[in-house]
Design a protein around this ligand. Structure first.
Ligand SMILES: NC(=O)C1=CN([C@@H]2O[C@H](COP(=O)(O)OP(=O)(O)OC[C@H]3O[C@@H](n4cnc5c(N)ncnc54)[C@H](O)[C@@H]3O)[C@@H](O)[C@H]2O)C=CC1
Ligand SMILES: O=C(O)C1=N[C@H](C(=O)O)C[C@H](O)C1
Length: 269
């Protein structure tokens, strides 16, 4: 009988890391084979289940990612941009599927994934949930149907600990709106308004970021013209939906050709 795919979780102690450890260890489709944290983290050397305050899972947290990746068929990575770039090189070396949920990556960061995608499967998305990926498709369709009489504004809200803005999801939605309109998002982005900004420019796609409390993730795409507004909305109320999407991507990636993919590929959207 064939062994179930082995999964390593990076950033094991993080908000998403812990949710992923739980989702993977509860699954009957995969095995948890590794948990990685940064050097010096106090979870390193401990059983990851016990470090999370539960029963032992038989997996010791390590700060040696390559050793962990070498035993795995997939790495699920929700950490930080610099860590993700380093992990991409190691996952490619180990020929493990690299599922990337990390946001806040620059264009230069993303360009560094390209050589890794020649050796291994990479699935990357600013949001791994089915709902947001559907919302992204809808945003593209609505933007294509409306002209520039409609101002497009993407409003996102997240917990107080989030370090990047606009969120990865907001940028995905912005890209989709720009694609629907047939423009380059870079030419029409309007974010970080403060002070005497001047009136809104026709055709711009605006971003508004709210940070507070424990909000998991909320995204509105507003199409506003004189006399009416259309608002498309997604609210995440549980991080498990991101973890479930990431696990689906890790399983989907088995047997795919090396390359860079996203959740549209995984979900067939
Ligand atoms: N694509 C998606 O569906 C989602 C993406 N995210 C993104 O995932 C990322 C993480 O989010 P959270 O879990 O809330 O953050 P967090 O701050 O709770 O966790 C990040 C973890 O990464 C670890 N880490 C950082 N550098 C490391 C390294 N070099 N080696 C090993 N571990 C390292 C940290 O120690 C920490 O445990 C963010 O970029 C966030 O925007 C979050 C939720 C959903
Ligand atoms: O940092 C988070 O928490 C989230 N990050 C992702 C993003 O930047 O869009 C996805 C989700 O909204 C939660």
């Amino acid at each position: 009988m064939q062994e179930l795919p082995g999964i390593v979780i990076t950033g094991a102690s993080g908000r998403m890391g812990q949710m992923l450890i739980k989702t993977v260890s509860d699954s009957d489709k995969v095995r948890l084979v590794g948990a990685v944290e940064r050097e010096g983290h106090d979870w390193v050397g401990r059983d990851v289940g016990e470090a999370m305050g539960g029963a032992a899972l038989g997996v010791t947290v390590t700060d040696q990612p390559l050793e962990a990746f070498a035993k795995a068929q997939a790495v699920i990575d929700f950490t930080a941009p610099a860590a993700t770039i380093a992990f991409a090189k190691l996952a490619a070396q180990a020929r493990a599927v690299h599922v990337i949920g990390t946001t806040g990556m620059t264009d230069q960061d993303i360009a560094q994934l390209e050589p890794c995608g020649r050796h291994a499967v990479i699935v990357r998305a600013g949001n791994m949930s089915l709902g947001v990926n559907l919302l992204t498709k809808l945003t593209q369709q609505v933007a294509a149907a409306l002209d520039e009489d409609f101002d497009i504004e993407i409003i996102e809200a997240h917990h107080r600990h989030k370090v990047d803005a606009p969120s990865g999801t907001a940028l995905m939605l912005g890209e989709a709106a720009a694609e629907g309109r047939g423009v380059d998002l870079k030419d029409v982005t309007d974010s970080g308004r403060d002070g005497i900004t001047g009136a809104r420019k026709r055709g711009d796609i605006g971003f508004t970021a709210i940070r507070g409390g424990d909000i998991i993730g909320e995204h509105d795409v507003m199409f506003a013209c004189d006399g009416e507004q259309i608002i498309l909305r997604h609210k995440a109320t549980d991080r498990s939906l991101f973890a479930k999407g990431a696990l689906k991507a890790a399983i989907w990636g088995q047997g795919q050709k090396p390359g860079e993919y996203d959740m549209f590929d995984v979900l067939g959207l």
